[in-house]
Design a protein around this ligand. Structure first.
Ligand code: F42
Length: 321
C-alpha cells in the first residue's frame, strides 16, 4: 500500500488538488500533518474529502496536548461522516518544540497517548466517558468505525502501538530502522494477546523522486538536514553518522543559514534518512522496506523537485496498479 503526506503550509484547496491527483495515480491514503503554525488539519481533510472519492484520509499525526481528546473524537468523526467512512485517526505524542512555544507542558507523553486512545475509542463508540480527565463526555452523533494509528519512534511508544493501535506511523526511510522497530511492535502485540499482522506498519518516509537522480537527491537535502538535526544520538549511531557532523547542521539551522545546511548534508545522511533518486532507485528501496515488514510506504516531503510530476512518476513506475 502507498500513502502520501501533505503538510498544510499551503491552502487547503491546493492540497485537495494534489490529493485528487494522488488518488488518480493509485495512492491508497492521504495523511495531513498537524502543527499549530500551519493550516488546520481537519479543515484540510474536509476539503480533501470533498475532492476525492476513494482514498483513506488520516491525521498524520495529531496529538492529545493541543486538542482536547473529546474534540479530537468529534473532529475525526465529522471527517468520517463527510468522507463516507474513509477517516483514520493518526495520533502521537506531538512535537515538543512547538508545544514549548505554545506554553503547553509536555508531561508523560506515553501515558497521555495511551489514555487518550482509550478515551477516543470509547467516545467513538458513543459511550459516556470518564477517563483522560473527562467527566461524562459523550458524542451526540454516530461517527462510525475509525481505525487509530500511532505516530511512534521510541521503543516504548512502538511497543504501545503494537499493544493498542490498528497501525503505526514511523518517521523513517531506511530498512535498519524497521529491523529495529518491527520486532518491538510485534512484541507489544503478542504481549497484549493480539496478532502482529493486525497492526499496519507504515514507513512515514522522506521521499524525493525524479528521472534525474542528482535533482532528486538535491531536493531531499533540506528535509534530510532537519531530520538529522532532530534525531536522537542512538539513531545517528545506527546509521554511523558522527555527532559532530549532525551538530554542524543543528548550528546552521539555528543561525538560519540554510545554504550551509545543504552543503553539510552528506550522501550517507541522504541514504539513511530519505528515499531519494530515480524511480528505479526508489522502487528498490521500497522493496527492501517491504521485506522488513512495512505494509504501507508513506511518501513524505519533499516528494520530488517537482511534486506534480513526482506524484505521476510514483503512480506509473513505483505503485504500478
Ligand atoms: N508530530 C507533530 O506534532 N505533528 C505531526 O504532524 C507529526 C507527524 C508525524 C508522523 C509520523 C511520525 O512517526 C511522527 C510524527 N510526529 C508529528 C511526531 C510525533 O508526534 C512524536 O513526536 C514522535 O513520534 C516521537 O515520539 P516517540 O515515539 O519518540 O515518543 C517520545 C514521547 C518518547 O520519548 N518515547 C519514549 C519511548 O521509548 O518510546 C518513552 C517515553 C516515556 O516512557 N515516557 C513516560 C510517559 O509516561 O510518557 C514518562 C517517563 C518519565 O520519566 O516521566
Amino acid at each position: 500500500m502507498f500513502g502520501i503526506e501533505f503538510v498544510p503550509e499551503e491552502p487547503a484547496a491546493k492540497i485537495g488538488y494534489l490529493a485528487k491527483l494522488a488518488e488518480d495515480v493509485g495512492f491508497d491514503t492521504v495523511w495531513v500533518t498537524d502543527h499549530y503554525n500551519n493550516r488546520d488539519v481537519y479543515t484540510t481533510l474536509a476539503v480533501v474529502s470533498m475532492l476525492t472519492n476513494k482514498v483513506k484520509l488520516g491525521t498524520g499525526v495529531t496529538n492529545p496536548y493541543t486538542r482536547n481528546t473529546a474534540v479530537t473524537a468529534s473532529s475525526i468523526g465529522a471527517i468520517n461522516e463527510l468522507s463516507g467512512g474513509r477517516a483514520i485517526l493518526g495520533i502521537g505524542p506531538g512535537d515538543k518544540a512547538t508545544f514549548e512555544i505554545m506554553g503547553i507542558e509536555w508531561d508523560k507523553p506515553l501515558t497521555r497517548v495511551k489514555e487518550s486512545v482509550s478515551a477516543i475509542r470509547a467516545l467513538l463508540a458513543r459511550e459516556r466517558v470518564n477517563q483522560a480527565g473527562m467527566k461524562g463526555a459523550q458524542l451526540k452523533f454516530n461517527p462510525g468505525k475509525i481505525p487509530i494509528y500511532l505516530g511512534a519512534q521510541g521503543p516504548k511508544m512502538l511497543e504501545l502501538a503494537g499493544a493498542i493501535a490498528d497501525g503505526v506511523l514511523i518517521n523513517a526511510s531506511h530498512p535498519d530502522d524497521f529491523k529495529f522497530a518491527v520486532p518491538v511492535i510485534k512484541q507489544g502485540a503478542e504481549k497484549a494477546g493480539r496478532k502482529p499482522e493486525d497492526v499496519q506498519i507504515c514507513a512515514y518516509a522522506s521521499f524525493s523522486v525524479d528521472k534525474d537522480q542528482a535533482k532528486a537527491v538535491n531536493a531531499s537535502k533540506m528535509v534530510v538536514g532537519f531530520i538529522v538535526a532532530g534525531s536522537p544520538s542512538n539513531v545517528l549511531e545506527r546509521h554511523e553518522i558522527e555527532q559532530g557532523d549532525a551538530k554542524k547542521i543543528t548550528d546552521s539551522i539555528a543561525k538560519g543559514d540554510f545554504k550551509s545546511v545543504l552543503a553539510e548534508v552528506t550522501p550517507k545522511m541522504v541514504e539513511a534518512f530519505s528515499i531519494a533518486g530515480t524511480p528505479e532507485d526508489c522502487r528498490a528501496r521500497v522493496n527492501e522496506l517491504q521485506k522488513t515488514g512495512v505494509t504501507q510506504i508513506v511518501v513524505g516531503s519533499p516528494i520530488g523537485p517537482n511534486r506534480e510530476s513526482a506524484i505521476k512518476l510514483i503512480g506509473k513506475q513505483i505503485i504500478c496498479k
